[in-house]
Ligand binder design. Structure first.
Ligand code: TXA
Ligand code: MG
Length: 319
């Protein structure tokens, strides 16, 4: 069983030996390995049961490392790194050869991110290699936002969980790629699109919605709980499905359902994002047959929450 603790030196030792360590970030917990060691990276795919066509994000200690691991870096990528790193933003840029092909699933671009969490930044600064890390959940399941979430699902498969408390943002990073015309958002996430556009101007959205994704890993059924999830208007859903058999995920209002989780009583989408994955996990573990969830307002982090709700409610057969 994994030990959980705040010991950066222990995490460093294990990672240097090619072992896996779960690490806290401001978005979600990551399952980390030495990104320059293909054998260590392979363990991530095994432990998560993740297909090898799904590339991993590489976490770096500071914005200056962008040019150490990336190449052909557009000015707009540099501007975003300057404005938002450390933070919930992943930039897709040309991959330097030092990054093994396994990390990017053979793609010519690598996703780089400088995470904003004091423990993990301390760890990255102590290491002489960057960390490849997907979210620390079994492939296709809800991302973890506490050390307990990681221990529940991967505790018997990894040696150590670095305990950085609950994640302050709660949903994954926003992923931005570039072409000649400018920025393209491939996954909505913890950094708002409006904030990105304030720095580099209009971006296009290319969020994959099919089960046969153009961008590997952007599978439609990602983030899914084990129970069937129906997303929509809660009043309509509660009229259609028996409330006593449902786990109800409400944004703000109390629906007086026997099993309910309210994301933000004050109606704040940032608070809702922080609670979102915990709420789904809580309902998934209750004696309910299905989960009924409502879409949240599209403002702030609402768009990113709604994108995850759409994916979580997608046909489970796709998994
Ligand atoms: O907030 C986050 O981004 C968290 C924390 C741990 O940093 N990580 C995370 O990783 O969410 P993961 O693996 O669960 O999701 C990363 C997504 C995947 O859908 C993957 O396909 C995409 O990023 N991705 C990674 N590298 C890519 C690349 N080179 N080209 C296209 N997509 C990429
Ligand atoms: Mg993930």
């Amino acid at each position: 069983m994994a030990r959980t603790g705040k010991d950066i030196n222990k995490a460093k030792e294990l990672l240097a030996m090619g072992e896996l360590v779960a690490i806290p970030t401001e978005t979600v917990y990551g399952l980390a390995a030495n990104a320059l060691n293909a054998d260590a990276v392979l363990k991530i795919f095994r432990v998560k049961n993740r297909p090898e066509f799904d590339p991993l994000i590489v976490h770096i200690s500071s914005p200056d490392k962008l040019e150490l691991y990336g190449e052909h870096i557009p000015e707009k990528a540099k501007d975003l790194a300057k404005a938002f790193w450390p933070g919930p933003l992943t930039l897709l840029v040309g991959k330097k050869n030092i990054i093994p092909d396994l990390v990017t699933a053979g793609l010519p671009e690598v996703g780089l991110r400088c995470p904003d969490h004091p423990l993990t930044r301390g760890l990255l600064e102590a290491l002489d290699f960057p960390l490849a890390a997907p979210s620390a959940n079994p492939f296709g399941y809800i991302s973890p936002t506490t050390p307990g979430h990681v221990a529940d699902q991967l505790g018997d498969r990894i040696p150590y969980i670095l305990d950085g408390g609950p994640c302050s943002v709660g949903i994954e990073s926003t992923i931005v790629g570039f072409d000649k015309e400018g920025g393209i958002v491939l996954r909505t996430g913890g950094l708002k699109i409006a904030d990105i556009e304030n720095v580099i101007g209009k971006v296009r959205l290319r969020i994959a919605t099919s089960s046969n994704p153009k961008v590997p890993g952007q599978l439609q059924s990602h983030y899914a709980p084990k129970k069937k999830l129906h997303a929509g208007n809660l009043e309509q859903l509660l009229a259609r499905y028996p409330a006593h058999r449902a786990g109800v995920l409400s944004f703000q209002k109390d629906r007086h359902a026997p099993f309910q989780y309210i994301l933000s009583p004050s109606g704040d989408t940032g608070e809702a994002a922080r609670n979102f994955f915990s709420g789904l996990r809580t309902l998934d573990a209750l004696p309910v047959e299905f989960i009924l969830a409502e879409y949240v307002p599209d403002t702030g982090l609402g768009q990113a929450i709604n994108d995850r709700l759409r994916r979580a409610s997608a046909n489970r057969e796709l998994d």
